[in-house]
Design a protein. Structure first.
Length: 102
């Protein structure tokens, strides 16, 4: 008797699960507490600090950690560590640098 596997269509791509992301999933970023903190931090720090160093005035859209969570992933560092306001491209650049280090 044929199995269900034999009836699958090979031209339909398999759906990747959410756990196969290229970064480490951290549920703390998807909480109401983080969203409220991020919004208030960006209100007080509206410009990207990396762009500001080179003379650009780009609005910050993300909040990053000054010390990478790969080094210190404790709850204390996540909430009370030093945070920095970054634009999307600077945040991606910082994440890639952190990946290369580890």
């Amino acid at each position: 008797m044929p199995t269900i596997e034999s009836h699958k269509k090979p031209w339909i791509p398999k759906i990747k699960s959410k756990s196969n992301k290229s970064w480490n999933y951290d549920g703390r970023y998807h909480t109401r507490r983080w969203r409220k903190y991020r919004d208030s931090f960006l209100k007080n720090n509206p410009l990207c600090i990396e762009c500001k160093k080179v003379g650009k005035t780009i609005p910050a859209t993300t909040v990053g950690h000054k010390i990478s969570l790969n080094i210190d992933n404790t709850d204390n560092n996540f909430w009370h560590g030093e945070h920095i306001a970054l634009c999307q491209s600077c945040n991606i650049r910082q994440a890639q640098k952190d990946k290369k280090r580890w």
